[in-house]
Design a protein around this ligand. Structure first.
Ligand code: ADP
Length: 229
């Protein structure tokens, strides 16, 4: 399998008063196409920072991040935005749906930025909602949906431009146990369709279902192991 994302000696500092806080301290990590990787570790260990760097949302302080072999430091902000829009799907703990528009309109948003024709947007949004089992809720607004359903809408939105990489940051963190399980199984089945999936989670169930687990501690990879499935 080809490398999809490569992190080489990645350091990330955040300003902290007069000094800096080193959130990542030289991380080397390669995600191969088609992998299902879980990133775990205690709160504050740098998991979200790592995911944001993989998703071209942040730039490293030093070191390199390569996506499909391209060093992201060579891309302009516009090129990075295009890469995120077309090649990367993000899922967050808080769903981040717009409250005043319907489920399908939320799912269609990434296609607005990608300049897809309106008729095609609607069709593809409906397909993505069907994929996550929510077609009959297409015209509901987020506050008419349960937490688990809202997260499914967010996953449909992440899928709608058919990205190479699906990144999820604590996607079950706001859900009850049963809804959380269903969301994890949805990621498992998306991986089964050949998608590359990286999930940050401190929930053991997520790590159990991933093929490979990376454990972060204090900004470094402490351990790497095969998942249990
Ligand atoms: P995790 O996802 O494992 O909880 P994070 O990547 O969110 O860890 O954060 C790692 C460390 O970096 C934490 O100590 C956090 O306080 C700090 N940090 C994260 N984002 C910022 C920021 N924007 N500014 C300053 N410090 C930050």
């Amino acid at each position: 399998m080809n490398p999809l994302v490569e992190l080489r000696k990645v350091v990330k500092d955040y300003p902290l008063g007069e000094t800096v806080f080193r959130a990542l301290r030289g991380v080397d990590l390669t995600v191969l196409e088609g992998e299902f990787l879980a990133i775990t570790g205690p709160s504050g260990s740098g998991k979200s920072t790592l995911l944001h760097l993989m998703g071209a949302l942040h730039r490293p302080t030093s070191g390199q991040v390569l996506f499909e072999g391209v060093d992201l430091s060579n891309l302009s902000p516009h090129e990075l935005a295009r890469l995120r829009n077309l090649k990367i799907g993000f899922v967050f703990q808080q769903f981040h749906l717009l409250p005043r528009i319907t489920a399908w309109e939320n799912v269609a948003l990434p296609m607005v930025y990608a300049r897809v024709r309106p008729a095609e947007r609607r069709e593809r949004a409906m397909e993505a909602l069907a994929r996550v089992g929510l077609l009959e809720f297409a015209r509901h607004r987020p506050n008419q949906l349960s937490g688990g359903q809202q997260q499914r809408v967010a996953i449909a939105r992440a899928l709608v431009n058919n990205p190479k990489l699906l990144l999820a940051d604590e996607p079950t963190g706001n859900l009850d146990t049963q809804s959380g399980r269903e969301i994890v199984e949805l990621f498992v089945s998306l991986h089964g369709e050949g998608r590359t999936v990286v999930i940050v989670s401190h929930e053991p169930e997520v790590a159990f279902r991933a093929k490979r687990v990376v454990v972060l501690r204090d900004g470094v990879i402490q351990e790497e192991r095969r998942g249990l499935c």
